[in-house]
Design a protein around this ligand. Structure first.
Ligand code: PMP
Length: 401
């Protein structure tokens, strides 16, 4: 399925056909996206929102068209609710600083989950420390789901923010965002969703989720690195202050003071990643062409095949027993073999996986380990690759036995 668009997939690695099972870290970039970035540098290469000459106007027009395209992509009401960032991390930090500092005060509570990536945990820790607020971390059940009763019990009128990942980058667990947002809104808390691991697998629907802020990265949805999206509801963006100051975000500047533009430009100080935004637009087009339905059909098959491949003695898979609860992400360990040794042995057999705590150290600790091996797939992977991965795991077990 469209594998030809990803030249890396036809490479060999260590004399073996290359199997890319690290899409949760970054997805591969198809030719149309690479071409869009090249086209910008070859044929446009001007700054946005500044020059009046034709080529600069063309760049601005395209940049703003991608903003509208992004709004449509996630069903946002208005293009002005879309802020271009450098990625999920930047978006989440912007909310924690720009909105959090103004709206979270001493004694207020911030609720996150044990599933959070560090980029949706540490900014809230820092906010809690700055404001003398309380950070509550909601645990998970034995099968890797959010502990719903603990979550409900944690909510109160002190809760100002609920920050949650749509999909765990370690377990693949998909969180019920609509339900979480409804419960959080019942106590007037703002809902911040880390959609980094969702966007390659299923649609982000701002209307259905009803979240206040949503952050994601282009490089996890077949787009380039260094560009991402922060969605904010208009009324929430009005409550947020800029965290970066400089060119193009100001309205008027005197020697001593300045006033700032409203969203989105007030939150995009300096020259943005214009080529990245061209690439993001091409990635959205690409996703539309493939279609989330086709992606999900293929990924269900891959999830099942990965579960079968890992169904071996001495293999512990973390999270649910249901393969479809993994959203393309399987974290596992081989008894008695260090995860980094497993990853190295797999690399020797052409398989790229990640080993470590996956920027979710508290979760890894809660699983009772220091690290796991993580295999994560995209729609471009095949059932045959899953089977070959299973054989590579067998060979790894034999090698270390
Ligand atoms: N959240 C999750 C769940 C992630 O998987 C990642 C990427 N590993 C991030 C946030 C951070 O994304 P980025 O590095 O693109 O800012």
């Amino acid at each position: 399925m469209k594998r030809n668009d990803f030249p890396i997939l036809t490479e060999t690695m260590n004399d073996e056909p290359f199997i890319y099972f690290d899409s949760a870290a970054t997805s591969l970039t198809p030719e149309p996206v690479v071409n869009a970035i090249r086209d910008y540098y070859r044929n446009v290469n001007t700054n946005v929102h500044r020059g009046v000459y034709t080529l600069a106007a063309q760049a601005t027009e395209h940049y703003e068209a991608v903003r509208q395209q992004t709004a449509d992509f996630i069903h946002a009401d208005k293009a002005n609710e879309i802020i271009f960032t450098s990625g999920t991390t930047a978006g989440l930090n912007q909310v924690a600083r720009g909105w959090g500092d103004l709206n979270v005060h001493a004694g207020d509570e911030i609720v996150v989950t044990l599933m959070e990536h560090h980029s949706n945990l540490v900014p809230w820790q820092q906010l809690a420390q700055r404001q003398h607020a309380v950070l509550k971390v909601i645990g998970i059940t034995a099968d890797g789901q959010l502990d719903w009763s603990a979550f409900q019990a944690a909510l109160s009128h002190q809760t100002k923010v609920v920050a949650v990942t749509a999909v765990s980058n370690v377990l693949g667990t998909r969180n019920p965002i609509t339900k979480i947002a409804a419960a959080a809104h019942a106590v007037n808390a703002a809902v911040v969703v880390d959609a980094a691991q969702a966007v390659a697998h299923f649609p982000i629907d701002v209307q259905a989720w009803n979240a206040d802020f949503i952050a994601f990265s282009a490089h996890k949805m077949f787009g380039p690195t260094g560009v991402g999206v922060l969605y904010g509801k208009t009324e929430r963006l009005q409550e947020m202050a800029p965290t970066q100051f400089g060119g193009e975000m100001i309205e008027d500047v005197t020697q001593q003071t300045a006033t700032f533009k409203a969203a989105p430009l007030g939150f995009e100080a300096g020259t943005p990643n214009i080529a990245g935004v061209y690439g993001l637009g091409a990635a959205i087009d690409y996703l539309a062409q493939i279609g989330y339905e086709a992606i999900q059909t293929q990924e269900h098959k891959l999830d099942q095949a990965l579960k079968a491949a890992l169904d071996q003695p001495d293999v512990t898979v973390y999270g649910s027993n249901n393969p479809f609860a993994h959203t393309g992400v399987f974290s596992f360990n081989l008894t008695g073999i260090h995860p980094h040794d497993v990853a190295t042995a797999l690399d020797q057999q052409g398989v790229a996986v990640r080993a470590g705590h996956h920027c979710a150290e508290p979760l890894t600790e809660a699983l009772g380990v220091h690290a796991t091996v993580r295999a994560s797939v995209g729609f471009y992977n095949t059932i045959d690759e899953c089977a070959r991965f299973g054989h590579a795991i067998q060979a790894t077990r034999r090698f270390f036995a």
